[in-house]
Design a protein around this ligand. Structure first.
Ligand code: PMP
Length: 374
């Protein structure tokens, strides 16, 4: 606490990111980074952008990048917002689409732990909705009057995915509720339609047969904002590039927040690299297919060894050791040079979230699990 801090800063409980150790070489399975490098075309784009033009500000609208993203996702550039990591995009979305002093924003009790941090930062009422016993989301729990909702699909740290249809039913409920109150004709205080934010940070790992993306529905469901990132599926966590895809009205709302804060959130190198990344679909599909195969193999071996493994559609697995507490399991792995992520509270205390690394890294992880499970 400091006497120089205002009441807002005093009341914050900031998000704590996973460790990025510098002192020792760990097998890093704690922040869901992609084990495979970005393709050469992306590195070339950064090298080409790293010249005399760096003296100039970047394009504040990220035009080229948004055009590439739009053609990748099959939407219009006006339906794409780009920001400094999806963390920033989410922070702006909370600011733009939820209302202080109104009904609470809903999100699962076990989900990305930045959501409650943003809610507090922007002074937004929020309510957590408990996951079911098996860590699944029951969308019917969200069919209640609210100020909006945020759902990660697949969810983190559980890795469980949801059928898009379920999420659409929440958006449709919100629309009906709004219309029933009189929509645009309602008193001013009721004239704010709830928005459903769907965080698809891990959607690329769901596999084709159970594709989870809600992007194809943004025209029919203009109250859905889909958030994406290049950190995981495009191996670019180090560049900080995130997106939102949604109706033009939603995108304009995000631009209004950004332009009240910092006009140039994405630098020239990041914009060039991200634009190039969207032209590398074949490379990324192959890398991410490998991650899915590794994830399924690791999940099966762990289950055989008696671990509880939540079925994952993401690039991580959420696992519980058959005998050890989460603390003990975490410490054992760390002692063997492997870092996992431990959310040490409530129902997640006995689980670790383990990112899917290369096959060699995951073999080392499985070996450590065998060693700890005599
Ligand atoms: N959403 C979820 C569910 C995440 O796990 C993460 C990664 N911590 C993010 C968003 C943020 O990703 P980034 O800011 O790197 O785009």
């Amino acid at each position: 606490m400091s006497v120089y801090w205002n009441s807002l800063v005093r009341g914050l409980s900031p998000y704590v990111p996973g460790e990025q150790p510098r002192d020792r070489k760990f097998i890093k399975l704690n922040t869901n980074e992609n084990p495979y490098p970005p393709p050469p075309g992306v590195i070339r784009a950064i090298e080409e952008a790293a010249g005399a033009e760096l003296r100039l500000y970047p394009d504040p609208s990220c035009t080229l990048l948004r055009e590439e993203a739009a053609s990748f996702f099959g939407v219009k550039p006006e339906q794409v917002f780009a920001g400094n990591g999806s963390d920033e995009v989410l922070a702006f979305a909370f600011a733009a689409f939820f209302e202080p002093g109104a009904k609470p924003v809903l999100f699962p009790d076990i989900s990305y732990s930045f959501y409650p941090v943003y809610a507090r930062f922007w002074n937004l009422p929020s309510r957590t909705v408990p996951l079911k016993e098996d860590f699944s989301i029951d969308c019917r729990d969200y069919l209640i009057p609210s100020g909006g909702a945020v759902i990660a699909n697949p969810n983190a740290p559980t890795g469980r995915g949801l059928p898009v249809r379920d999420l659409l039913s929440i958006a449709e409920y919100m629309e009906r509720e709004f219309a029933a109150k009189g929509g645009d004709d309602a008193p001013l205080s009721d004239r704010k339609e709830p928005v459903l934010i769907i965080d698809e940070a891990y959607a690329a790992f769901a596999g084709e047969e159970d594709a989870v993306s809600a992007v194809p529905y943004i025209d029919t469901h203009p109250n859905i904002l889909v958030v994406h990132t290049l950190s995981k599926s495009a191996s670019l966590a180090g560049l900080r590039i995130g997106f939102a895809i949604g109706s033009e009205e939603l995108i304009e709302g995000l631009c209004r927040v950004r332009d009240s804060f910092n006009s140039y959130t994405l630098d020239r190198l990041a914009q060039a690299a991200a634009a190039a990344a969207f032209r590398e679909k074949a490379y990324y599909d192959e890398a991410n297919r490998k991650i899915i195969v590794t994830r399924n193999r690791v999940s099966a071996v762990l289950a055989d060894m008696g671990f509880s493994v939540i079925p994952s559609q993401a690039n991580f697995v959420f696992v519980r050791h058959p005998k050890k507490s989460g603390d003990e399991f975490f410490a054992c792995l760390k002692g063997r040079g492997i870092l996992a992520r431990h959310f040490n509270t409530g129902r997640t205390a006995d689980y670790l979230r383990v990112s899917i690394g290369s096959d060699a890294e995951m073999d080392a992880f499985l070996e450590a699990c065998r060693g700890e499970n005599p």
